[in-house]
Design a protein around this ligand. Structure first.
Ligand code: URA
Ligand code: SF4
Length: 197
């Protein structure tokens, strides 16, 4: 399992499938525990991530780490990745072409790790994976599509300038890990949104 993920990582590092490869410093493959019950999915690398080749190591990453710790979870227990593995210039939102071109890597990460649930971080990811919008209305909810479970929450960067969202993120992360415990005990959980397709 670790070997397969290592191959994905090497393919991401040398990938030139979209134009973001021309402006990036480093690609940013996913990172973390390949036996994790959950994959956290962010939008795209920022400046620090581009410089170092690691996901969520800037301020947004710090916010996520703190929320996880408050829920009693350490960063190395989980796996973190992004829908787009290279930084869009000036942190613009990745285009549909970039998202579609990069999605094979996320699909591979998911099929190798086989997490119990995928945590969607923010509106862009919600839109890319489930076609959703209005994250503030849907955060804290559980969705299911093609037999994969998703937990929807806000992007950790949203908590930087809005203190109220710090407790929202924490509350959601706590809920996510209590759900994971229920899934591990093979309890039935209530799905809020079912996608048919
Ligand atoms: N924001 C993201 O969405 N991903 C990162 O890796 C860093 C910041
Ligand atoms: Fe390849 Fe994805 Fe980077 Fe585009 S964003 S170059 S598809 S790894």
């Amino acid at each position: 399992m670790g070997k397969k993920l290592e191959i994905v990582k090497q393919n991401v590092i040398k990938c030139t499938k979209c134009d973001l490869s021309k402006t990036r410093t480093n690609s940013v493959p996913g990172k973390g525990n390949f036996q994790s019950d959950v994959i956290f999915v962010g939008e795209a690398p920022g400046k620090n991530e581009d410089k170092n080749g690691e996901p969520f190591i800037g301020i947004a990453g710090k916010k996520l780490t703190v929320a996880l710790e408050e829920a009693g979870v350490s960063r190395d227990e989980i796996y973190i990745t992004n829908i787009v593995k290279c930084r869009p210039p000036n942190n613009r939102v990745p285009s549909n072409i970039e998202r579609n071109t990069c999605q094979e890597y996320l699909k591979e990460e998911i099929s190798i790790i086989k997490p119990k649930i995928i945590c969607i971080l923010g509106n862009t990811v919600f839109n890319s994976i489930l076609g959703g919008s209005e994250i503030t209305k849907f955060r804290g909810k559980i969705a299911r599509k093609n037999n994969i479970l998703y937990f929807i929450t806000i992007h950790p960067a949203a908590t930087i300038y809005n203190q109220k969202l710090v407790s929202v993120l924490k509350e959601d992360i706590v809920k996510l890990f209590s759900l994971i415990r229920e899934l591990k005990n093979s309890k039935d959980i209530t799905v809020d949104i079912e996608y048919t397709s």
